[in-house]
Design a protein around this ligand. Structure first.
Ligand SMILES: [Fe+2]
Length: 455
């Protein structure tokens, strides 16, 4: 479902929302689940022929096109709705949110899957990572698209998967000014569970902590790949920022979990427990800096950048001012966090990063050679309310990094309403609230289109 809130023009806000007309949606309209979805397999095959057909469809013919994860705007103004399959990209009419057509990718073959988090390059193109799942020699393909030809994929580098017959799930990746950073967490897809034949440890994913995490540094100019391994496994969805660090290394700031239990924690059956019901608390996550030194023999370090007293030990959807992407000197991250106990993030926070570690090592220390960073935090929370991903919008003419507003959809589970809240990004104070005419389901990602900004 796409939702649009227009705050521009005549000063009268306008709201619209509409489902993306994917094959998956059209099937559900007539009561049929046509595809295996992430965490929701089709019904179990009842005979060998049906099993073979399901397997072929899943891998080769028709993975889901349910474009429900993210939306991006291309250089020519085209708005795309995306999911993690090649088929799941649709051109959306920005005026009325109607689905104009399926976006047809051309150029190099980059596999059946791609992340729904393509990273914008300074020239208006994108870099993304595809996954080839159809052969016994599966690979990840880092590719770019040019602003004038956004549908044409050009491969920068191809990386063999750690387990050649079982690629791992990639939800996002990092991009610096010179490198793509592909983090291969030990979460291979589990084919039997996707076919409805078995139950994987985490929805459709296995968890192989003994594999550790492989970090692939891809030189955007030459395509050269350097791979490092981190023995301590971790799981993540989202990266706040990635940058070329002093001394030739790379740093990645991300919301890091010990394992994928968050995937099970976000199952609908668990989230839809009545308000006030006893709930299993959210798993823990920390805003963490991975530093990959230029010296390949040196250890990769993990530094916690947040304060668990402020975050409740939960951080995700970390975002920055878009103007400081890939900038090593950036200072602020905004994210969702938790007032525990809770089954879903119920707080928005601003984290001010400190360049130096605190003098007192009073907080948890993470990982190999890890040390603990520090943070000053402001927050915003309202009773019974769950925020979606925050979106930072710089103030026109802003000179400081946190000068702007934070936009966020807030679901009130008791009042059963959804509001757009506008926070002062510097103080996290509420500036405005727009109650939407209907409640929305809890969603994933958002985007700001500065159609009316005077810059
Ligand atoms: Fe995401």
């Amino acid at each position: 479902m796409m939702t649009k809130i227009n705050l521009g023009g005549d000063g009268v806000p306008r709201f619209s929302n509409r489902f993306v007309r994917s094959d998956a949606f059209e099937g559900l309209r007539i009561g049929e689940q046509l595809f295996a979805e992430f965490g929701t397999p089709r019904r179990r095959p009842t005979n060998p022929l049906e099993l073979v057909r399901s397997l072929f469809e899943l891998i080769f013919a028709a993975p889901t096109d349910n474009a429900s994860v993210n939306t991006v705007r291309l250089a020519d103004g085209t708005r795309l709705a995306l999911t993690e399959t090649r088929r799941g990209s649709f051109v959306i009419n920005g005026a009325d949110l109607s689905t104009e057509r399926r976006f047809e990718w051309t150029g190099a073959a980059t596999g059946q899957l791609n992340t729904a988090h393509p990273m914008r390059t300074p020239d208006g193109g994108f870099v993304n990572v595809g996954t080839d799942v159809g052969s016994a020699l599966c690979s990840y393909h880092v590719y770019r698209t040019r602003p004038a030809t956004p549908e044409v994929r050009e491969i920068i580098a191809s990386i063999p998967c750690a387990r050649r017959a079982a690629p791992c799930w990639l939800h996002s990746f990092g991009l610096t000014a010179t490198r793509a950073v592909v983090i291969e967490q030990p979460t291979p897809y589990d084919l039997p569970s996707m076919l409805g034949m078995a139950k994987a440890a985490y929805t459709c994913l296995q968890w192989r902590p003994g594999d550790g995490v492989r970090i692939h540094l891809v030189d955007l100019a030459t395509g050269a790949v350097e791979t490092r391994r981190v023995a301590d496994p971790f799981f993540f969805f989202h990266i706040a920022n990635t940058f070329d660090a002093e001394g030739g290394g790379v740093s990645v700031d991300l919301a890091l979990y010990d394992d994928p239990s968050i995937v099970e924690a976000l199952r609908l059956q668990r989230l839809s427990a009545p308000a006030g019901a006893a709930v299993e608390d959210l798993p823990c996550s920390r805003l963490t800096r991975l530093h990959i030194p230029a010296d390949a023999s040196a250890a990769i370090t993990r530094t916690s950048l947040d304060d668990v007293r402020a975050t409740g030990g939960f951080v995700d959807f970390p975002v920055t001012n878009p103007r400081v992407m890939a900038d090593a000197a950036y200072k602020f991250v905004w994210a969702i966090a938790a007032n525990r106990p809770t089954r879903l993030a119920n707080k928005l926070i601003k984290i001010e990063l400190r360049a130096e570690p605190p003098s007192s090592p009073s907080r948890a220390t993470d990982g190999e050679g890890g040390r603990t960073g520090g943070a000053k935090t402001n927050c915003f929370a309202e009773p019974n309310c769950f925020p979606s991903e925050p979106v930072f919008v710089p103030r026109p003419g802003a000179t400081s990094e946190d000068d702007g507003v934070l936009l966020c959809l807030l679901n009130d589970e008791v009042a059963r309403t959804t509001s757009l809240v506008v926070l002062d990004a510097a103080t996290m104070a509420l500036q405005a609230r727009l109650r939407l005419p209907r409640a929305l389901p809890y969603g994933f990602h958002g985007d700001w289109e500065p159609e009316y900004m005077p810059e």
